[in-house]
Design a protein around this ligand. Sequence first.
Ligand SMILES: Cc1cc2nc3c(=O)[nH]c(=O)nc-3n(C[C@H](O)[C@H](O)[C@H](O)COP(=O)(O)OP(=O)(O)OC[C@H]3O[C@@H](n4cnc5c(N)ncnc54)[C@H](O)[C@@H]3O)c2cc1C
Length: 385
Amino acid sequence: MALLASTSDLAEDDAVLIDGAREYARAELIPLDRKWDQDDSSVIDILDALGEMGFLGLCVPSELDGLGCSCTTYAAITHELSYASPSVAVTISVHSMVGRVLKRYAAEPLRSDLLREWGNPGSLAAFAISEAGSGSDAGSAKTAAVEVDGGFRLTGEKMWITNGLAARWLLVLARLAGGDNDGRLCAFLVDGRESGIERTPIHGKMGIRGSETAVIHFDETFVPSTNLIGDRGDGLAVCLSALNEGRIGIAAQASGIAEACLDEMVRYAGQRYQFGRPIGRFQAVANMIADSATELEASKLLIRRAAHRIDNGLEARSASAMAKLHASESANRIAYRAVQVHGGSGYVHECRVEQLYRDARVTTIYEGTSEIQRIVIGRGLKNAS
Ligand SMILES: Cc1cc2nc3c(=O)[nH]c(=O)nc-3n(C[C@H](O)[C@H](O)[C@H](O)COP(=O)(O)OP(=O)(O)OC[C@H]3O[C@@H](n4cnc5c(N)ncnc54)[C@H](O)[C@@H]3O)c2cc1C
């Protein structure tokens, strides 16, 4: 099947990167991803290898030692990684999202100092906005930030944090408590080595079990003033703007899962015989494959459109939400069909589509549920009218 980005539209270097990601992912990551799923262990084992190949610096400008990928190329690489390991894809996607926040909002010299190191596994980042009581309504975060001499002290608890155990840098949404700006939300870059941070793993996830997920508790954790990202009161806007590109990453994660499901379906339908012929010759089975291929192609086009808008400096909130909504919902439908085409064989751990079916499920939930994407798209239409 075609890549997410048509290589003829890309610079030669980008096409080489995407092809390299594809080859590496298909050769190396599929067995590892199966193992992480079975053991509930984590991609952090191969973080050094991912760093060496440049995957942790995808969106860092080349003058700061990154690969300087466009959003289009980034999405295509995420798709290829996700085809083999949705857990690796989301680990890199979240790390990249925090990197883009720093690129856009951090002040110098913090910005250059951090981004120059962003490709190193020791700089792994997490994006921490959700709390037990604050999910879709991210603006209701209760984690408190008290201004002190030279910075802030954060107290509260973040929930569901991807990369939350290993991350050195934590982008945290917190609410100022006391002073002139009482109640205003801010984004802070917390150094994970500070005291007053307790991380607890969340085990037993349905899917993407190779991706680390954690609860992070802050107890008067110090953050220097230089690590306030954006102004006081800008915290929600900073975090939500990051999600425009983040959602393209999750859409590409979903399309990678969908493409893996489609390939598995086509292969199985050609080799499984019933009633004296391959099941792919039965129209009902062929229809499942045709519907899946069509929905996948539509996802790819929506992802490319959203990424193209980002690359050209155009407003992309609605386009990203549409890409995520369609790619994630259709990935679930395609994964469902992949299990159906496999019959009983698709219902056991040994079969990869059983895992992909579980992995697809989270894509309609994190970085904004499908219901929230529809709200974003609806608001865009009202603004246009
Ligand atoms: C594996 C995993 C990894 C995650 N990683 C991160 C991370 O790295 N960082 C982070 O900050 N968060 C992370 N999250 C959290 C994730 O973003 C939230 O789970 C998500 O935003 C939904 O919030 P919630 O779970 O509190 O559900 P709720 O907001 O309580 O929603 C429950 C249901 O109500 C619906 N609903 C809520 N509000 C509305 C509305 N206004 N209109 C219509 N329907 C509505 C939702 O769509 C959903 O169906 C992760 C979650 C998971 C499962």
